[in-house]
Ligand binder design. Structure first.
Ligand SMILES: [Ca+2]
Ligand SMILES: [Ca+2]
Ligand SMILES: [Ca+2]
Length: 192
């Protein structure tokens, strides 16, 4: 019983080190028409450039992350399930090349994927000149300046990270597989 305070202190110390900003990534499953990629909403007050770098330091099941690329209406719909619709100021991995003024467009994804889909709230004329970085804003996409976000004004700010590949087998699958091998080894030993 004397150990209890030590345990409580240790537990709170450990949990104090875990970023509160990140939940477990959620998979857009192929069985639901997805690509089996994993996505997560990271709550930070970083600007777009720093969020891009931060996303690339994120790993899930050994897979490196990147700021989300959204290349279909279906992927857009899935990404929107990761945060409340009324949430503003969430960075996505789109940016404008060459600091172009609107309506020039010239949008690109951090992944180099083709810009084949967009969901801007306003028509091109309403997009901001030299606002070159893609964010979620009041129910749709918007271009924004590359500025850090005041967390007092925007408590749910952050970015979406995407992990491209399928993870390693679930522990239960690995365990079953291992148990199967063990059974096979025993069977072969017996039959020798
Ligand atoms: Ca994507
Ligand atoms: Ca712009
Ligand atoms: Ca804008």
């Amino acid at each position: 019983m004397k150990l209890q305070p030590v345990i409580i202190c240790t537990v709170s110390f450990i949990f104090g080190q875990i970023p509160l900003s990140s939940a477990t990534p959620i998979q857009w499953q192929a069985s639901n028409g997805g690509n089996d990629h994993w996505y997560d909403w990271i709550q930070t007050s970083l600007n777009w450039t720093d969020s891009r770098e931060h996303a690339e330091t994120q790993y899930f099941e050994g897979i490196q992350g990147h700021l989300v690329s959204i290349t279909s209406a279906e992927e857009d719909d899935f990404v929107q399930t990761l945060f409340p619709a009324e949430t503003d100021r969430i960075w996505f991995g789109g940016y404008q090349l060459n600091n172009d003024a609107e309506p020039d467009g010239n949008w690109a994804w951090v992944t180099g994927e083709d810009w084949v889909y967009a969901n801007f709230l306003y028509n091109n004329d309403g997009l901001g000149d030299h606002q070159d970085f893609l964010q979620w804003w009041e129910g749709g996409w918007d271009d924004a300046w590359d500025v850090a976000i005041n967390s007092n004004d925007w408590p749910n700010m952050g970015y979406i990270v995407e992990f491209e590949s399928n993870p390693v087998p679930e522990p239960t699958t690995a365990l079953l597989f291992g148990t199967g091998l063990l059974g096979l080894a025993r069977f072969m030993k017996k039959t020798k």
